[in-house]
Design a protein around this ligand. Structure first.
Ligand code: ZN
Ligand code: ZN
Length: 330
């Protein structure tokens, strides 16, 4: 996503990883999907057939480096940070958001992990998180209907544990935030900070956690977070996802990604982002794409009318859409 078509999802590893961005998403491309049995284990995964470049009108964008066939997986992406929605917290893995049986493996707080691997991976935030009492913070999110502060909390725990730099999201485009919005964020900031202070997590670990940091991170999450809806049923025929209304279960959570954040918006997109069983995102070609063509996803529900789309895109994302579909008035 670009400054102009900036948006929902634009996430990025920050300073620590920026210079390795390409390596990172290459490796993300192969870690999410285990090699099939027919594939030689020694063959190195090929990098995704895309490059990030500056577009004529919409800042940076993603372009195909070769022809991509309809239905092909272009690449996959693991989240930088994800969090289940509060309504799904007991029914999905606390780490990867995969559906879980609610009985086994539940933590005292009621959530669970789908496997040992996720339990292990969650240590980057959970070792810190479990030291504190989050009742007031979670209540605040629940009663106000807020989901993004949960991502900030998880990120803060990752920073404290040393798993992420405090500026990890700096590369993302922030939403413009009014003074009024900052005032509304204050309560969340104090609850987060108090939770950590009361858990006796020393100042040396929490000095990054200023009101400025909190609002800054929230401003970036606001327009870069993806709402994750797991595709229901069997989706190996991913072309069926081309249909305007995807049959998906309700959102299981939200997440921030790196590479998917560079995709610009189109109301008649050639690329689609899907989640099959967990928060690992798959970018799929919806039709044949030529080498050099820009890959675009739709940030909103493509079935909406022209007026509804323009209204959401301008209010939620801060740009006017000039895609071919919009230009035709459809
Ligand atoms: Zn899991
Ligand atoms: Zn449009």
């Amino acid at each position: 996503m670009s400054p102009v078509a900036s948006t929902l999802w634009r996430s990025r590893f920050g300073t620590l990883y920026t210079s390795n961005a390409f390596v990172l998403f290459s490796s993300a491309a192969d870690t999410a999907t285990p090699p099939s049995k027919n594939e030689s284990l020694s063959s190195a995964p090929s990098p995704p057939p895309i490059r990030v470049a500056v577009t004529e009108s919409a800042g940076r964008g993603v372009f195909a480096t070769r022809r991509i066939g309809a239905g092909d997986t272009i690449h996959t992406a693991k989240p930088i940070v994800s969090h289940p929605s509060l309504s799904s917290i007991k029914s999905v893995c606390y780490f990867c958001l995969k559906k879980v049986k609610t009985v086994a493996g539940a933590q005292p707080q009621g959530f669970s992990f789908c496997c040992e691997n996720c339990k292990e991976s969650s240590k980057v935030f959970y070792d810190v998180e479990k030291k504190a009492d989050w009742l007031a913070f979670d209540d605040y999110c629940r009663t106000q209907g807020l989901k993004y502060p949960l991502l900030v909390k998880r990120l803060a725990c990752m920073v404290i544990s040393g798993a992420a730099p405090a500026g990890i999201l700096d590369i993302l485009q922030p939403a413009s935030i009014t003074q009024d919005m900052i005032l509304k964020m204050e309560e969340g900031f104090h609850l987060l900070r108090n939770g950590l202070v009361r858990a006796n997590i020393g100042d040396e670990h929490t000095s990054f956690l200023t009101k400025q940091w909190y609002t800054d991170v929230l401003a970036r999450i606001r327009i870069n977070a993806f709402r994750i809806e797991l595709a229901a049923g069997v989706y190996e025929d991913l072309l069926s996802l081309a249909s305007a209304s995807i049959e998906a279960e309700a959102a299981v959570g939200n997440a921030i990604y790196m590479l998917p954040s560079f995709y610009n918006h189109d109301c008649d997109p050639n690329t689609h982002i899907v989640w099959i069983e967990n928060a690992d995102a798959k970018l799929k070609a919806l039709r044949d794409i030529d080498e050099g063509e820009e890959l675009r996803i739709c940030y909103i529900d493509v079935s909406m009318s022209y007026d509804a789309r323009q209204s959401i895109l301008s209010q939620g994302f801060g740009f006017k859409c000039n895609c071919l579909r919009c230009l035709s008035g459809d």
